[in-house]
Design a protein around this ligand. Sequence first.
Ligand code: GLY
Ligand code: MN
Ligand code: MN
Length: 444
Amino acid sequence: MEICDRMKISQSTFAARRRALLEQLPVGSLALIAGAELATRNRDAEYPFRQHSDFYYLTGFNEPGSVLLLIPGREEGEVVLFCPPRDPQLEIWTGYRAGPEGCVERFGADQAFALTELDERLPLLLNGRKRLYYALGSDEALDSRVRGWLNSIRAKSRQGAEAPEELVLVDNLLHEMRLFKGPEELAVMREAARISGAAHTAAMRSCRPGGYEYQLEAAIQAHCISQGARFQAYSPIVGGGANGCILHYIENDAPLQDGELVLIDAGCELDCYASDITRTFPINGRFSAEQRALYELVLKANQACIDAAAPGVPWNAVHELSVRVLTEGLVELGLLQGEVEALIEAGAYTEFYMHRIGHWLGMDVHDVGNYKVGGEWRPLQPGMVMTIEPGLYVSPHNAKVEARWRGIGIRIEDNILITETGCEVLTAAAPKAVAEIEALMAQA
Ligand code: GLY
Ligand code: MN
Ligand code: MN
């Protein structure tokens, strides 16, 4: 393995992935996988560039607008890259570009061309191929260019040109590959999770009543950036008190009140691999009786699901387990009344637990890969990485429960790798036991 000290996927792994995809493509076909475009923020300011995960998965090439073609059995080369052209004047502003030569020398392309040649070359390359593999529907502008290339071949049919007859969504092949993580990507994901776990610990240490949610966001981001993870995998959620009940709260601008909890859902990205951690802790360092009771219940569901996650267990069984543990606990605490089976059947828990137990995790935070195969929830298999993130959210407006419970929002989210025998918790570095959190915050 040629992993460098910054935890990056090696070029030999990108090459092996291209080879694995090529082997699934019939001779006479062509797969087109496009990179992301640079997005304008306003005028000539741009959002930070993030490469498209499918494209990066196969190339490790980080320049905007690039296009990869995989053409099995093609004599002049099976791996063709289109990239931004070299332009010394522009590079003074934008930084160094690899150019076609660099794509061949350093990114494993058999042939490479400037993007300015795409419209001219694509119809020639597509001509005579029977089947096009392409992620139709992901990018309207590119869909329309692909249509243009196909039409330009059809327009030459009397001269003997032959447009592909079949279009296959390349997503299915590629996303099934991305669902199963290999040794290098697991090393990167372990490191991303370790950095994010330490970032949550730093936020716990720095938390004070009277501070602001954005100060905890700053603690998280500062730690991640200082460790080389410059980007978060998604917008961090830092919700104090009842803001913790808003599932996608990202304002992060309210004061942190003594006596309330704060929920932080934040995870960095490392070499395009995500981590996704939630921790919830008391702003003053000590859980109240109600906070502790609900927290212990969410933790029990989190631990039960982690203990249950193993090869062969259907994806949905883990979710159903979380529903059962939480419903039983809500009945014990008096937030739900009735018989557990009937409450589960009626979905009574959805008033407090309105999302699923988790999702696949990888290059995208809500990663690719099917959850059902042939109509059945798919069994977990070694190499899959997922989140376990049960939560309870008691709306501040819920008049059906005693006032003492209202406005408490708790989620505890870990990242796990399914192994041969069970699972490995990638996020173990982030404290989650009540005693551990209280001891850590008391020392700070
Ligand atoms: N941070 C997004 C999620 O937990 O799914
Ligand atoms: Mn999350
Ligand atoms: Mn998540």
